[in-house]
Design a protein around this ligand. Structure first.
Ligand SMILES: Nc1nc2c(c(=O)[nH]1)N[C@H]1C(S)=C(S)[C@@H](COP(=O)(O)OP(=O)(O)OC[C@H]3O[C@@H](n4cnc5c(=O)[nH]c(N)nc54)[C@H](O)[C@@H]3O)O[C@H]1N2
Ligand SMILES: Nc1nc2c(c(=O)[nH]1)N[C@H]1C(S)=C(S)[C@@H](COP(=O)(O)OP(=O)(O)OC[C@H]3O[C@@H](n4cnc5c(=O)[nH]c(N)nc54)[C@H](O)[C@@H]3O)O[C@H]1N2
Ligand code: SF4
Ligand SMILES: [Mo]
Length: 738
C-alpha cells in the first residue's frame, strides 16, 4: 500500500468555516437527508427515546423527547438506576451539543499546496480509504506497536475491535492515568478487586462521610450526589478536607482547610489516633487484615501535634475527626475520590484512604465500603481469531493494570513514544489532546506533529482536530447506537442501551460504521455484525432479552444485590494473603513502600500560589465547552481564578478584574482570566476550573473564554508505581492587564 504524502511536519490548521456546518440552518430536512442506517426513528410526531448520556462518564439514563424529528428536551430516565428520574445540568443540556452550529459536518483531509497546509472536504470513501491505507501501511512497515489509540467515550469499543483485527492493542485513556486509575489499582492492592464507577461506597446509608478534595456538588456525578443528599437527609455528617471551601464543604460538619499536598500526613495522623486510642475495629483487623504491625510502626510517630505542623490543621480537630469517625463506624467511610492523581503519589494516597476504611471494619457493612455487582452479560464468542499480541501490556510501570483491556499503556507513554518515533500512527477518539493534560500542551502538540499520521474522530472542531491528517466527524450520542453499557457495577445491576433519538445530521456517521468501513477496507469481513442492531440483539438474546425489548425502557435492571457481609463470613479476597492488605507485600517486592508514607512536595516560590483545579456543575471540559445551552448560564461563561482576599490585597487585585497568570517556568496564560476575591480559599493556593481558554477559533462559543488550566502546566510527577500523572506542583502568579 502506498504511503501518500509525508505529514511529519504538521502545522495547526484553523479549520475553514466553509467546510463546517457554520450557520447552516439546522432544519429537520437536513437531518432527514442523512438518515443513517440503524436509526429507528423518524419524524412521525412526538416520542420519547430512552438512551444514556455521554456528557460525562457516569452514563446516566436519559429520556430524549422528540417532536417533528428534533430533540426538544432531555430528562432523566425513571427506569435507569443511575439517574432515577434526575439528571445533572449537563445531561439536560445535550441538545446544545446536538444542535451546536460548529459541529464537524463532513470528513476533512489535510493538504499541502505551495507550502501551505489546509483542509479540504472529502467524501467518506476517500477519507476511509486514506485512513485504512496509512494505518495498514504503518503496521506493515513497522509492526503493530507503531500504531496507538488515545480514547475517551463509549463509542470506542468498535475502534478497539477494528484495531485488534490487525494485532494493534496499544490503547490509552487519558481519563485513566489522569483520573481514576490510581483508585482502581489501590483497591486491587488492598482488597484484591478493582474499584468501579460508581465508586463502592454505601453513601445513602452512611452516618459519617469523609472527603479529601472530591468536591461532589461541583463534581456532579449524578447518583453520588443523590445518595449523599439522601445520607444527609438521614442525618449523616460530612467532613471535608479541602484547601478551598467547596460546595460540599458548605454541607459539612467540619471543613478542614488542609495545606495542599499534605493529605497523606493527615491520613497517617488519623490512623495514629485510631490505633493509639484503641478506636479501631480489633476483631476485624485481627481476622481479616495483614500488616497491622508494619502499619503501626509507620504511624506511631505521626502524632496529631506533628501532623498539625505539616497540614496546618489543629491537633484537636484531627483527634475529633478520628474519634467521631470511629464512633459512627462501621456506617462511616473515607471516600477515595475520582480524579485521584494530584502529586504523583496517588496510589499510596488512595491506599492510605482504604487503610483508614479497613481500620474501622466498614468493609461490606451498611454505610461503609461495598462491592457493587455488574449485570452478567454474556459476550458472544469472537467471529475472528484475535492475534495473541492483543494480550500484551505495553506500560513500563510495575503496577499498571494487566487486566484492563481499554488501557494497555499510560497515555503519557504514548505521547512520549510518538515524540521518540516508536509510535508513528495515532488514532485519537474523543480526546482533546492539546487540552487534556498528558505531559502538558507542548508535548501533546509535539507528539502529533512528529507522528507520521494522525486521525481524529470527533464531533466538534476541538483543538485536536487542527493537528490531524484526517478528521472523521462522528455523530453525537443522540444520533447513534453504541455498545451495550454493562460497564457499571451498581446496587441494582443493569445493562443499558444507547440508541439514536434522531438520525445523524450533516454527513456525520456513528463510530460503529466508521470502524467497520475501515476494517472492511483492509479486506477483513465478518469482524462486525451485519448491522449494529443485529449485534446488539444477539448479545441481548444470550440473556433472554432482545433489542426490541430493551428499546422500550433503555435498560434491563436486576433486583438489588446483597451488599453486606454476615457475621463470621470469610472474605476470600483475591489478594496474595486472601485478606485486606494494610501492608502490601507486592508493593514491597516491587521496591515501593508497603505502607503509605508522607513525603513533602515542592513549595510555591515567593509570590506564587499552588494552582488547584476542579469542576463546575454545568460543564465537562471538552465535552461541553462549546455548548451554548449550558455555557449561557451566568456562572458558566468563563472560569475565574479564586484568590484569597489577603493575597489579592498584596497584589492589588480587585474582584472582577482580569489578569494573566504566569507559572513558575514563565508560561503566561494566552487569555486573561477574571479574579474572584474570596475568603473561601487558603492563602497558599489559587483555584480555577479546567476546560476553558480554548484556542480553536472554530469553537465559536468557547474560543477565548477564560484561561486554560492545561496551558499553565509545565511540570508533572509520574507515579513510579502505576504511571499516573500528577500536575498540582505548578504554581502561578498574576500579571495585571496593562
Ligand atoms: N459538573 C461536572 N462534574 C464532573 C466533571 C465535570 O467536568 N463537570 N468531571 C468528572 C470527572 S472526569 C472527574 S475526574 C471528577 C473530578 O472530581 P473530583 O474527583 O471531585 O476531583 P478532585 O480533584 O478530588 O476535587 C477537586 C477539589 O479538590 C481540592 N483539592 C485540590 N488539591 C487538594 C489537596 O492537595 N488536598 C485536598 N484535600 N484537596 C485538594 C480542590 O480545592 C477542589 O475543591 O468530576 C467528575 N464530575
Ligand atoms: N489540565 C487538566 N487536564 C485534565 C484534567 C484537569 O483537571 N486539568 N482532568 C483530567 C480528567 S479527570 C479527565 S477524565 C480527562 C478528560 O479529557 P478528555 O479525554 O480529552 O475528554 P473531553 O475533554 O471530555 O473530550 C474530548 C473530546 O471528545 C469530543 N467528543 C465529545 N463527544 C464525542 C463523541 O460522541 N464522539 C467523539 N468521537 N468525540 C466526542 C469532544 O469534542 C472533545 O474534543 O482530562 C484530564 N485532563
Ligand atoms: S452525571 Fe450528568 S453529565 Fe454525567 S452522565 Fe449523568 S447526566 Fe450526564
Ligand atoms: Mo476524570
Amino acid at each position: 500500500m502506498s504511503h501518500g504524502q509525508n505529514f511529519s511536519r504538521r502545522d495547526f490548521i484553523k479549520i475553514s468555516s466553509i467546510f463546517l456546518a457554520g450557520s447552516t440552518a439546522l432544519s429537520a430536512g437536513a437531518a432527514q437527508a442523512f438518515s443513517g442506517a440503524g436509526s429507528s426513528v423518524g419524524d412521525e410526531g412526538s416520542k420519547v427515546v430512552y438512551s444514556f448520556c455521554e456528557h460525562c462518564f457516569w452514563r446516566c439514563g436519559i429520556a430524549a423527547h422528540v417532536r417533528d424529528g428534533k430533540v426538544y428536551k432531555i430528562t432523566g430516565s425513571d427506569h435507569h438506576p443511575l439517574s432515577q428520574g434526575k439528571l445533572c445540568p449537563r445531561g439536560t443540556g445535550g441538545t446544545g451539543l446536538l444542535y451546536d452550529p460548529d459541529r464537524l459536518a463532513y470528513p476533512l483531509i489535510r493538504e499541502t499546496k505551495g507550502g501551505k497546509q489546509f483542509y479540504r472536504k472529502a467524501s467518506w470513501d476517500e477519507a476511509i480509504t486514506l485512513v485504512a491505507e496509512k494505518l495498514y501501511g504503518i503496521k506493515e512497515q513497522y509492526g503493530p506497536g507503531a500504531l496507538a489509540m488515545l480514547h475517551h467515550g463509549y463509542g470506542v469499543s468498535f475502534f478497539k475491535n477494528m484495531f485488534s483485527q490487525i494485532g494493534v492493542n496499544k490503547y490509552a485513556k487519558p481519563s485513566y492515568d489522569l483520573c481514576c486509575g490510581p483508585a482502581r489499582q489501590a483497591t486491587v492492592l488492598t482488597y484484591g478487586y478493582p474499584s468501579d464507577t460508581p465508586e463502592g461506597f454505601d453513601m445513602k446509608n452512611s452516618k459519617y462521610m469523609v472527603f479529601f478534595g472530591t468536591h461532589f456538588g461541583e463534581n456532579m456525578h449524578n447518583t453520588a450526589v443523590q445518595e449523599i443528599s439522601e445520607g444527609i437527609r438521614n442525618g449523616a455528617k460530612i467532613v471535608v478536607f479541602d484547601p478551598r471551601f467547596s460546595t460540599l464543604a458548605g454541607k459539612a460538619q467540619h471543613w478542614l482547610p488542609i495545606k495542599p499536598a499534605t493529605d497523606i500526613a493527615m491520613m497517617q495522623g488519623l490512623m495514629h489516633v485510631l490505633i493509639s486510642e484503641n478506636l479501631y475495629d480489633k476483631a476485624f483487623v485481627e481476622a481479616h487484615t495483614v500488616g497491622f504491625g508494619e502499619l503501626w510502626d509507620s504511624v506511631k510517630d505521626m502524632t496529631p501535634e506533628k501532623v498539625s505542623a505539616i497540614t496546618d490543621i489543629p491537633a484537636d480537630a484531627i483527634r475529633t475527626v478520628a474519634r467521631e469517625y470511629a464512633f459512627h463506624a462501621p456506617a462511616a467511610f473515607v471516600h477515595s475520590g475520582r480524579r485521584t492523581n494530584w502529586y504523583g503519589d496517588a496510589l499510596q494516597r488512595i491506599r492510605a484512604i482504604h487503610i483508614l476504611n479497613a481500620l474501622v471494619g466498614n468493609f461490606k457493612m451498611p454505610g461503609g465500603v461495598v462491592a457493587f455487582q455488574k449485570f452478567p452479560l454474556v459476550q458472544p464468542p469472537p467471529t475472528h481469531e484475535h492475534p495473541a499480541y492483543e494480550k500484551e501490556v505495553h506500560s513500563k510501570y510495575p503496577f499498571f493494570p494487566d487486566d484492563e483491556p481499554s488501557n494497555t499503556i499510560a497515555s503519557h507513554e504514548i505521547v512520549q513514544q510518538a515524540i521518540s518515533g516508536e509510535v508513528k500512527g495515532l488514532l485519537i477518539y474523543g480526546v482533546n489532546l492539546p487540552e487534556t493534560m498528558t505531559l502538558g500542551r507542548d508535548k501533546a502538540i509535539e507528539a502529533m506533529k512528529k507522528a507520521e499520521f494522525v486521525v481524529a474522530v470527533d464531533v466538534l472542531p476541538s483543538e485536536v482536530t487542527g493537528y490531524a491528517d484526517v478528521v472523521l466527524p462522528e455523530c453525537t450520542y443522540l444520533e447513534r447506537y453504541d455498545d451495550l453499557d454493562n460497564g457499571r457495577a451498581f446496587r441494582t445491576p443493569f445493562v443499558a442501551l444507547r440508541q439514536p433519538a434522531v438520525p445523524p445530521m450533516y454527513d456525520s456517521k456513528p463510530g460503529n460504521q466508521i470502524a467497520k468501513m475501515i476494517t472492511e477496507k483492509w479486506g477483513i469481513h465478518g469482524a462486525f455484525p451485519p448491522s449494529v442492531e443485529k449485534g446488539l440483539d444477539k448479545k441481548l438474546k444470550l440473556v433472554g432479552s432482545s433489542l426490541a425489548e430493551i428499546k422500550k425502557k433503555g435498560v434491563l435492571v436486576m433486583p438489588e444485590t446483597d451488599l453486606y457481609r454476615k457475621p463470621g463470613e470469610p472474605l476470600n479476597l483475591k489478594t496474595p494473603s486472601g485478606k485486606v492488605e494494610l501492608a502490601s507485600a507486592r508493593l514491597k517486592a516491587g521496591g515501593f513502600d508497603a505502607v503509605p508514607k508522607y513525603t513533602a512536595h515542592p513549595e510555591p516560590p515567593t509570590g506564587f500560589y499552588r494552582m488547584l483545579t476542579g469542576r463546575k456543575p454545568m460543564l465537562t471540559f471538552g465535552r461541553t465547552a462549546n455548548n451554548r445551552f449550558l455555557g449561557d448560564l451566568a456562572t458558566a461563561k468563563e472560569n475565574e481564578v479564586w484568590v484569597n482576599n489577603r493575597i489579592a490585597e498584596k497584589h492589588s487585585l480587585e474582584n472582577g478584574e482580569y489578569v494573566h497568570l504566569k507559572n513558575q517556568d514563565g508560561v503566561v496564560s494566552e487569555f486573561p482570566v477574571k479574579v474572584k476575591v474570596t475568603q473561601r480559599i487558603r492563602t497558599d493556593a489559587v483555584y480555577m476550573v479546567h476546560g476553558f481558554g480554548h484556542t480553536s477559533a472554530k469553537l465559536t462559543w468557547a474560543h477565548k473564554r477564560g484561561a486554560s488550566h492545561n496551558q499553565l502546566i509545565s511540570r508533572t510527577e509520574i507515579d513510579p508505581a502505576m504511571g499516573a500523572v500528577g500536575f498540582q506542583n505548578n504554581f502561578v502568579t498574576f500579571i495585571k492587564e496593562a
